[in-house]
Ligand binder design. Structure first.
Ligand SMILES: Nc1ncnc2c1ncn2[C@@H]1O[C@H](COP(=O)(O)OP(=O)(O)OP(=O)(O)O)[C@@H](O)[C@H]1O
Ligand SMILES: [Mg+2]
Length: 370
């Protein structure tokens, strides 16, 4: 009798890396197969700034889900740290002779620029009317000839050319500044230029009242490009982690509406350990969302890992009753066999047990594909 289930060869096993679900073509599939557990809500909590998880545990997946959907009135987006960005950063460090503490200043301006751009693109224009934020936006448009791309590599240019960007910001905002004394920016005073820029971003943001929540996820920081040495890589992301911390816990706390903004890092636990943040244990408890899928033999059937995979099969069925079936039915349909249990010397283990040894979603899916 026809069970109504699709043939297994007609099931889409999804992407190995969740980055690919950002395309509009696979967005629908991802929304259907995504297993939404309470970690989505945890990520949205005000005091969570880091999404921690080993390779393949879903860091990108959760951020893609939140950037493809508006959950709890939150507008999320993702920016990537890749080879180009690291390269630009190292060049900037060399050109300006920067030390670690300067990195954080650089990052703060980059992140404030990205956040301001995102707010401008998603909020109702009326909140900017007559505010210094509009002038700052004009300065950014001038600097980028209206072609700013919301990417880290574009934002780094604003910092690289801090003398020019600060001059433009000053020109646009001088009418708003109480004393309209001329300020001359010099290329040799890089740090002061950065401080000036940061101050203008903060006061422009403080002057508006955002109505939505905004999150920027930073992804890709676990992958060190081959051409960047380990220390340089680590220093770069240490500066980033410090900047994320300061913005979230200080700058974005300065006003009620700014509490709706946050920047989140997607990071592997072993790299997070090396970020040199104070009171790591407290931060792990209070400010991190940990993605891990460990389960036990006894309880595997009610585990998240089982549900993820079951949902992958269930959600792709054409028959509504099968789509809404109880957790486990789809699995039992596709894998109705037992595997050998060495202790009991019998075929008594569930077919699932063989696949879930390493607790990564990818490993289970890979196991199935074999
Ligand atoms: N909650 C979930 N629902 C459905 N699929 C999920 C879920 N979490 C993770 N996955 C799937 O697991 C796979 C790996 O996830 P992802 O690419 O997000 O891992 P990652 O933690 O970002 O890994 P890396 O460190 O390599 O970047 C993806 O195919 C993703 O779709
Ligand atoms: Mg990822």
């Amino acid at each position: 009798m026809d069970s109504g289930y699709k043939k297994i060869t007609d099931i889409n096993f999804g992407e190995y890396d969740a980055t690919n679900y950002r395309d509009s073509s696979s967005r629908d599939l991802f929304n259907r197969i995504f297993y939404r557990d309470n970690r989505v809500d945890q990520i949205l909590e005000n005091n969570k700034y880091f999404v921690l998880g080993d390779k393949g545990t879903g860091k990108t997946a959760y951020s893609v889900y939140l950037s493809n959907n508006i959950v709890d009135d939150t507008y999320a987006s993702i920016v990537y740290m890749g080879e180009t960005e690291y390269g630009k950063f190292v060049r900037l460090k060399e050109q300006r002779d920067l030390i670690l503490s300067d990195y954080t200043d650089v990052w703060r301006v980059i992140l404030l620029l990205l956040m301001s751009d995102k707010i401008y693109k998603t909020e109702d224009r009326s909140i900017f009317n007559g505010k210094s934020f509009s002038k700052l936006k004009e300065a950014i448009d001038d600097f980028y000839y209206c072609a700013f791309k919301p990417e880290i590599k574009s934002a780094i240019e604003f910092v690289e050319q801090a003398k020019d960007s600060a001059t433009m910001v000053f020109e646009h905002l001088r009418g708003e500044m109480g004393d309209s004394k001329e300020i001359k920016f010099s290329d040799t005073r890089f740090q002061s230029n950065l401080m000036f820029l940061e101050k203008q971003f903060i006061s422009a943001l403080e002057g508006i009242k955002v109505s939505k929540k905004h999150i920027i996820f930073i992804d890709g920081i676990d992958v060190r490009p081959d051409n960047i040495n380990y220390n340089e890589y680590l220093e770069c992301i240490k500066g980033l982690a410090q900047a994320v911390w300061v913005l979230n816990t200080s700058t974005f706390q300065s006003k009620k509406s700014l509490k709706k903004l946050k920047i989140m890092l997607l990071i592997r636990p072993d790299i997070f350990d090396q970020m040199g943040l104070h009171n790591m244990n407290n931060k792990l408890n209070d400010n991190c969302v940990l993605l891990e899928w460990r389960t036990t033999y006894q309880h595997y059937r009610t585990s998240g890992l089982f549900e993820v995979v079951d949902k992958l099969f269930r959600s792709q069925q054409d028959v509504p009753e099968l789509r809404n079936a109880k957790v486990g039915e789809a699995w039992d349909h596709y894998f109705p066999f037992k595997v050998f249990n060495h202790k009991e010397h019998a075929l008594s283990d569930s077919s699932f047990i063989r696949e879930c040894e390493t607790f990564s979603v990818n490993n289970v899916l890979e196991g199935l594909l074999w």
